[in-house]
Write a protein that binds this ligand. Sequence first.
Ligand SMILES: N[C@@H](CCC(=O)N[C@@H](CS)C(=O)NCC(=O)O)C(=O)O
Length: 226
Amino acid sequence: MFIELPLADEDFMEQPVITLWSDAHFHSPYVMSVYVALKEKGLAFTLQTVDLASGQHLQPGWQGYQLTRRVPVLAVQEFILSESSAIDEYLEERFAPPVWERIYPVDREKRARARQIQAWLRSDLLPIREERPTEVIFSGARMPPLSAAGCQAAEKFIAHVETLLPEGQQNLFGEWCIADTDLALMINRLALNGDALPARLEEYAQFQWQRASVQQFVALSDQVSG
Ligand SMILES: N[C@@H](CCC(=O)N[C@@H](CS)C(=O)NCC(=O)O)C(=O)O
């Protein structure tokens, strides 16, 4: 049975002013997640940058200083939030379907799994994140072979992704969701460096990377690096 839920008043209100704070080079995978979420939702927003290299984010004048002093930071009117997956989830609730596009699966268990994947990619696999920085993805850097710890993390990562990703499918859960973009970024840390990966993981990441919202973010970092 299909039950139509009443829409909240704020769904009908004009879109509030939204600002996304990024690092100046657009190299942050966490900023990318929020940028893609905003684009996929169809929200208008202003992009502002803070220069991490010169420590601008550690200056009391910056909006994110009162939070975690890290990017991304999202401001929706006077509400300021950090931590990318918390922001993605907030956006899904604040700008909820069907008025705004969906960025998490409809099904509760799939939605939980998507959030599990996001949390895992942010809290585990540190050797991959350290030895395959996003410069590999956004500025063509090539890194030396993985250390023993890197190989171990890559092996664990690949084994789990193979169980997560259904054979012959282009998305984790049928329809695209924000965890697909986060996962593709992690795969691309290895794939774009030339590390060995099962073909279907590479193909999945390549497919995800063609998404317009992802390409718009890649273009931002291309513009900065000239
Ligand atoms: N778990 C955080 C990670 C944010 C993060 O590590 N941001 C980095 C840029 S990729 C940053 O701001 N680094 C500056 C610092 O930590 O001082 C998220 O998902 O938003």
